[in-house]
Design a protein around this ligand. Structure first.
Ligand SMILES: Nc1ncnc2c1ncn2[C@@H]1O[C@H](COP(=O)(O)OP(=O)(O)OP(=O)(O)O)[C@@H](O)[C@H]1O
Length: 862
């Protein structure tokens, strides 16, 4: 953990970054153990001793180039009071005071105050800061402070920390920097130094605790209340900082609610790199606390700090000046002595700037023309002119939308397919537009980056400083020129005054020589001055070019913002359109599903009807066939009769049998005719119903084709008009099919019936009994008929009895069914009552638990 989380913070200290390590968790979970705040007898366990090790070994390696100064302070917050653990006065008393809250501020010693400096840094006024230079010294401080810290025994920890402890290491460093002017290190020492100061807070918080579990009472209980209060305030701060929503809303962060949060203000959301260690217990009895700690830590993860390098203001200023100086040095060095080169460089720069400017103008023009084209496309799309380009992708997507299944094909018919066309075209158009705009944005970004990097070439140049520098230089040159000119004038005057003697001649020569040199100097100075003026002018030009470049960048940025805004708008419009489309599609799908269901239902009805009809028709056909056969058999009565009555007249018994067969046959014909007539009537009724339904369907279709709504309230119209056109067609064709089947069957039956009637007419009156030739035959037949009638009656009676029995059984079944239905209702009622009772019981239990929790919460707060 140290390598992963803490070592980088220690490294950061050397770069001037503040850091904080916080250990948080329930009592007895190992915070003190982890932090090493219980450092005793040189036993090096925990983070603080480890930090000390790394710190001193690093100082050892860097000490030849940096001066270090280390200070430590160690304080604790006990019952909302800040106590100094390194105060020599309290140190002596610690033996007696420790562990039992016997800590009191010594009389005369002002208590430690938390202050905030003008630049928002939190300081502790009155706390002892011990300067240390070795590991041992620092370890002594830690050990002494740890000994002075308030600890006490609870049920959950033998040596429970009763306060929040903060061990602070302040690292000050004075770094030697490389001199700006090589070989000029004696110029100003302070300019070649950098001062950094960083603080590392190592915080061992007191553990959150529940009085019931820690078994604390009296003073220990009061301590616990204070501890929880401080932790609650810390929780509120973490919550305000860690909740993104709250952060965005700018919710007030209650740092001032407790001393702990006030002291850690910088560490939580401020200028510090902070690590929070969540100490948890693996015991299941602590599961709730463990979960709370993890939630706490999870929230703390979202806090965003803003660490900065803590350089002292003088040092920062110095750094800035150094950078400026270095730049000027470089400029001077680049321009020194070779003015024509310099002019050349400037000229090149101007030419390049002008070319860049032209490029920018051209791009701007391109962009504007593209922008107009996009706008044109937009207006076209609004006018409803759908893009005529139909790519493969478009066709594919059209196909995929059209294909799904029957009901979609049914619902998305002619008119709807146009909608799909429009939808796909719109989607396609949106993608096209979005792509174009994205490309444009990308292009703009690229150019902006290009321009900005070009600007950087100029950006680094402090033009005002350069101008000032050149102005100063020109003034200096002018001064120098003036001095030289004055010298020359003086020499000229001297030459004139000198007599023409040899001495004078000699002096004159020397003066003339001097004069020449001076003239040459003046010329040289003039040249330099001109060069400087030229440079200044070039500089101005380059400034103008820079300004133009800046303007261009601004304009590109404005365009970029506009484009981004349009992309956003377009995306939003498309999203809304898409949502409405999806809603419509959903509606259509729903309708489609309904239609599909209807279609299946109709199919099933058609199928069933058809089957029933077929069965009936088959039965009718059978009856008709039988009738036909019977009638065929009766067509040759003479032959039969002769066979019956003449051929075997001698045999009386066989004659009797023949007569009986004849009677049977006659009866069978009669029954059969009855059956066929019955079937005929039934089928006629079915046919009428089918024909009526078909007529209604056709009328509804007619109305629909005319765009009218069919008359309301008319029989069958409502059902037919609720059907989809396709379903109507399917039903109509099925009806026609069934009609043709019934027609055929009816025709066959009608022909047989008419034949039977014809025959019947022949046998009316006594024609039927012409078969009987003698009284004996008649008596025999009558006897046979009487017997048959008697048998039939007896059978009828038996059947009636059976029917009666079945009816009785049916009645019993119905009453049983009613009883079981009543019982079911009773059960349901009872079940509902029980459910209600259970819900009430649960709610009561929950409210009791809530009350208990609230009570507990208030007791903690109090
Ligand atoms: N990782 C560990 N390995 C071994 N012992 C541990 C470990 N963590 C904690 N302990 C032991 O558990 C006991 C309680 O630990 P510690 O005092 O650090 O808890 P704490 O969280 O600081 O409690 P409190 O909040 O009450 O001060 C100590 O005896 C400590 O030595």
């Amino acid at each position: 953990m140290f390598e992963e989380c803490i070592a980088p913070l220690v490294d950061g200290l050397f770069q001037g970054y503040n850091a904080t390590v916080l250990a948080y968790g329930q009592t007895g979970s190992g915070k003190t153990y982890t932090m090493g705040t219980g450092f005793k007898d040189g036993c090096q366990m925990g983070i603080i001793p480890e930090v000390m090790n790394v710190l001193f070994s690093k100082i050892e390696t860097l000490k030849h180039q940096t001066e270090f100064q280390l200070n430590v302070s160690f304080i604790e917050i006990l019952k909302e009071e800040v106590q100094d653990l390194l105060d020599p006065a309290t140190l002596n008393k610690s033996d007696t005071a420790n562990g039992h809250g016997g800590k009191v501020n010594l009389p005369g010693k002002p208590s430690i105050q938390i202050r905030e400096t003008s630049n928002g840094v939190i300081t502790l006024a009155g706390s002892t800061e011990v300067s240390v230079s070795t590991f041992k010294e620092m370890a002594t401080c830690l050990e002494q402070g740890s000994l002075s810290r308030a600890t006490g025994s609870t049920n959950m920890n033998n040596q429970s920390s009763r306060s929040h402890a903060i061990f602070t290491i302040t690292l000050e460093q004075m770094r030697k920097l490389n001199p700006v002017f090589p070989g000029d290190s004696n110029l100003n020492d302070s300019m070649n130094e950098e001062y950094l100061c960083a603080k590392l807070h190592l915080v061992d918080l007191a553990g959150s605790e529940r009085a019931k579990r820690t078994g604390s009472d009296g003073m220990r209980f009061k301590e616990g209340v204070h501890i929880n209060k401080g932790l609650l305030a810390l929780g509120n701060v973490i919550s305000a900082l860690g909740d993104e929503k709250k952060r965005k809303e700018g919710v007030h962060v209650p740092y001032r609610d407790s001393k702990l949060t006030r002291l850690l203000q910088d560490s939580l959301g401020g200028n510090s790199r902070t690590v929070m260690i969540a100490c948890i217990s693996p015991a299941d009895i602590n599961a709730e606390e463990t979960l709370n700690t993890l939630k706490y830590a999870n929230r703390a993860r979202n806090i965003q700090n803003k660490p900065i390098v803590n350089r002292d203001p003088m040092s920062s200023e110095m750094l800035k000046m150094r950078q400026q100086l270095e730049y000027l040095q470089a400029e001077l060095f680049a321009r020194g002595g070779c003015s024509s080169n310099e002019v050349q460089v400037l000229k090149e720069r101007i030419a390049w700037l002008e070319a860049a400017n032209e490029d920018l103008c051209r791009e701007l023009h391109d962009y504007r023309s593209r922008d107009t084209a996009v706008e044109q496309r937009e207006t076209d799309a609004q006018d409803g002119s759908i893009c005529s380009v139909k790519t493969d992708g478009l066709k594919r997507s059209l196909h995929s939308i059209e294909s799904p299944d029957y009901q979609m094909g049914e619902t998305i018919s002619a008119g709807d397919s146009r909608d799909i066309d429009e939808e796909v075209a719109k989607e396609w158009e949106h993608t096209l537009l979005q792509n174009t705009m994205d490309r444009e944005l990308h292009e703009l970004n690229r150019r902006l980056e290009e321009k900005e990097s070009e600007m950087k070439l100029f950006g680094g140049v402090d033009t005002a400083a350069l101008k000032q520098h050149f102005g100063k230089k020109i003034m200096e040159l002018e001064d120098e020129k003036r001095t030289v000119q004055q010298e020359r004038d003086r020499l000229l005057a001297e030459i004139e005054n000198l007599s023409a003697g040899s001495e004078g001649q000699k002096l004159q020569d020397t003066h003339a020589q001097k004069l020449k040199t001076l003239e040459a100097q003046i010329l040289d100075l003039k040249k330099k001055e001109e060069n400087q003026v030229q440079l200044l002018k070039q500089k101005q030009k380059s400034d103008e070019a820079t300004k133009r470049l800046q303007d261009e960048i601004q304009s590109i940025k404005a365009q970029k913002v506009q484009l981004q805004h349009r992309i956003k708008q377009e995306a939003e419009q498309f999203r809304q359109w898409k949502a409405s489309q999806e809603k419509e599609l959903l509606q259509l799908r729903k309708e489609g599903r309904r239609n599909e269901y209807e279609r299946h239902k109709l199919q099933a009805i058609n199928q069933r009807q058809k089957m029933v009809l077929q069965r009936k028709t088959e039965e009718a056909a059978m009856a008709t066939k039988r009738l036909k056969e019977l009638l065929e058999a009766r067509k040759s009565p003479a032959r039969d009769n002769s066979a019956i009555f003449n051929g075997n007249g001698a045999n009386g018994q066989s004659n009797e049998k023949s007569l009986q067969r004849w009677l049977h046959h006659e009866l069978e014909v009669m029954v059969n005719v009855h059956e066929v007539r019955f079937e005929y009537e039934k089928q006629s009724q079915v046919r009428v119903a089918l024909a009526e339904e078909l007529a209604v369907l056709k009328q509804v279709d007619e109305f629909a084709s005319k765009g009218l709504s069919p008359p309301r309230g008319k029989n069958g119209f409502a059902r037919a008009s609720s059907m989809s056109p396709n379903a109507r067609t399917a039903r109509a064709s099925s009806l026609e099919n069934m009609l043709s089947i019934t027609s055929n069957s009816l025709v066959a039956m009608a022909s047989q019936l008419s034949e039977a009637e014809e025959r019947e007419r022949v046998f009316t009156n006594r024609g039927r009994w012409n078969q009987l030739r003698s009284m004996g035959d008649a008596k025999n037949l009558l006897q046979y008929m009487f017997n048959s009638l008697g048998d039939a009656r007896c059978q009828l009676w038996e059947k009636e009895m059976e029917l009666k029995e079945i009816k009785e059984q049916f009645k019993e079944l119905v009453s049983l069914l009613r009883q079981s239905e009543a019982q079911r209702k009773e059960f349901e009622k009872e079940l509902k009552l029980r459910e209600h009772a259970l819900a009430v019981a649960l709610a009561t239990a929950a409210s009791v638990r809530l009350c208990h929790f609230v009570k507990l919460f208030f007791s903690c707060v109090i």
